[in-house]
Design a protein around this ligand. Structure first.
Ligand code: IMO
Ligand code: MG
Length: 432
């Protein structure tokens, strides 16, 4: 039985939550492998809207285990608040599992995220200010504190004292801030430790055993391929690996065990935060899509930047992820436009190019070369099969398949879970 990875094929907010939720319904286990509470996944179940940040969407299904893998950076305070929120909504969080090797987001990470952004001024990244970047910095600098350390009563005080002393140097001498109290942080984290202890285990063992036992495992992506720290629009990226390769590192599962990689995209593109966006629409059409698509950040409430699908970036994302399938969301948001556009190449300094340049100053000079396709009207309900799509929408979907060299498995025509065409049952055999 397959293990499936779902990844964002754009700049995040592609509607991964909806696709993951559908797959989670059929999965034994849902695993998050990177990022943290910078993710904002909106899942609509039976008219109720759930907003998830660190907790995998599997939590909404009673029979499903939800795993926060070692690659995730965890803000224990935010995680406990999310658990409390879910419990208050009647959701059973008993099947939530947290890796003993996941790194913690500490109060100084969150503080430094904001201070660093302010210091960058015009050149800010536009981060979610949740402490994600500083936590991954410390992980790679070998100055991180892991869940296993959190549970180690004697060791925790020592490591917090040591790290807070280092960070206070930075806070006071570089940023002119007041120092933090290691004793207070220790007290708070001791409290979090006791509440989180029952959730903690060696998740790499757990996930591998589940796959080996033939269970259906879903790796739920966060952020998007173009925000990957290696392959995205660096430095306007997040600090982790939202692409398929990140799944193996962030869960401790080998690449041979992942059967399918599903890239999620919207029928248009959005980006929240700063950084290049060649197909961005700065006009009323962009505003109309933003309003219709309710494109405001789940985590930060920021209005998202809007543009057409960028086939250059989509082809690139398909390549670096090895996409086998795609899921297209929000086609309903574009209904009613006479025509829709897809960028198929760029013009850079008079030349036509088909791959995004690494140099951001060059990327900023790239002008999209668009293909214009006929628009589609209101679908007036959810077609049961892909074959019932209006011809113009079918052409659009086919064009996306050609660009990504991947098969469309899911087409979403509305926010509700039912407003979806499942072209292929990813955990089983083809339906159509
Ligand atoms: P989901 O999972 C969209 C963006 C931020 C910023 C950059 C770095 O909901 O798709 P960070 O706080 O990660 O250091 O910010 O990455 N970003 C996202 N954009 N969706 C997300 O998650 C994002 N997570 C981070 O806006 O540009
Ligand atoms: Mg989001």
């Amino acid at each position: 039985m397959p293990a499936i990875a779902v990844v964002g094929a754009q700049f995040g907010d592609e509607g991964k939550g909806k696709v993951s939720h559908y797959l989670a319904e059929r999965a034994h286990m849902v695993v998050r492998t990177q990022g943290g509470n910078n993710a904002g996944h909106t899942v609509v179940v039976g008219g109720r809207i759930f907003r998830l940040h660190t907790v995998p969407s599997g939590v909404l299904y009673p029979g499903c285990k939800s795993v926060i893998g070692n690659g995730v950076v965890v803000d224990p305070k935010a995680l406990l608040e999310e658990i409390d929120y879910l419990r208050s909504e009647g959701v059973d969080t008993g099947r939530l599992i947290l890796s003993d090797r996941a790194h913690l987001i500490m109060p100084y990470h969150k503080l430094l995220d904001g201070l660093d952004e302010d210091r960058r001024g015009q050149r800010r990244i536009g981060t979610t200010r949740q402490g994600i970047g500083p936590a991954y910095m410390d992980k790679n600098a070998r100055l991180g504190i892991r869940v296993a350390d959190l549970l180690d009563r004697e060791g925790l005080r020592e490591v917090i004292e040591e790290h807070v002393a280092l960070k206070n140097d930075l806070l006071v001498k570089v940023y002119g801030q007041d120092p933090l109290s290691a004793a207070e942080i220790y007290e708070d984290y001791r409290g979090y430790a006791e509440r989180l202890r029952p959730f903690v285990t060696d998740t790499a063992r757990l996930v591998n055993d589940a796959i080996d036992a033939g269970e259906r495992v879903l790796f739920e992506g966060a952020q998007g391929s173009l925000l990957d720290v290696d392959h995205g629009t660096y430095p306007y990226v997040t600090s982790s690996h939202p692409i398929a390769g990140g799944v193996t590192i962030g869960s401790g599962v080998g690449p041979t065990k992942i059967d399918k990689v599903v890239g999620v995209l919207k029928a248009y593109t959005s980006r929240v935060g700063d950084g290049p966006f060649p197909t961005e629409l700065m006009d009323e059409q962009g505003d109309a899509i933003r309003e219709r698509g309710k494109e405001y950040g789940t985590t930060t409430g920021r209005p998202r930047r809007i543009g057409w699908v960028d086939g250059v970036l989509l082809g690139y994302a398909a390549r670096i992820n090895g996409l086998t399938h795609i899921a297209i969301n929000s086609v309903d948001v574009l209904a009613g436009f006479d025509t829709v556009k897809v960028a198929v190449a760029y013009e850079l300094d008079g030349r036509r190019i088909e791959d995004p340049p690494a140099n951001l100053r060059e990327l900023a000079r790239c002008k999209p070369i668009y293909e214009e396709l006929s628009g589609w009207g209101d679908l007036g309900g959810t077609p049961a099969h892909r074959s019932e799509l209006p011809a113009s929408l079918e052409s659009y979907v086919k064009r996306i398949e050609q660009i990504s060299h991947a098969k469309v498995a899911v087409i979403s025509v509305g926010r509700e879970q039912g407003e979806t065409i499942y072209v292929e049952d990813l955990f089983g055999k083809a339906r159509v």
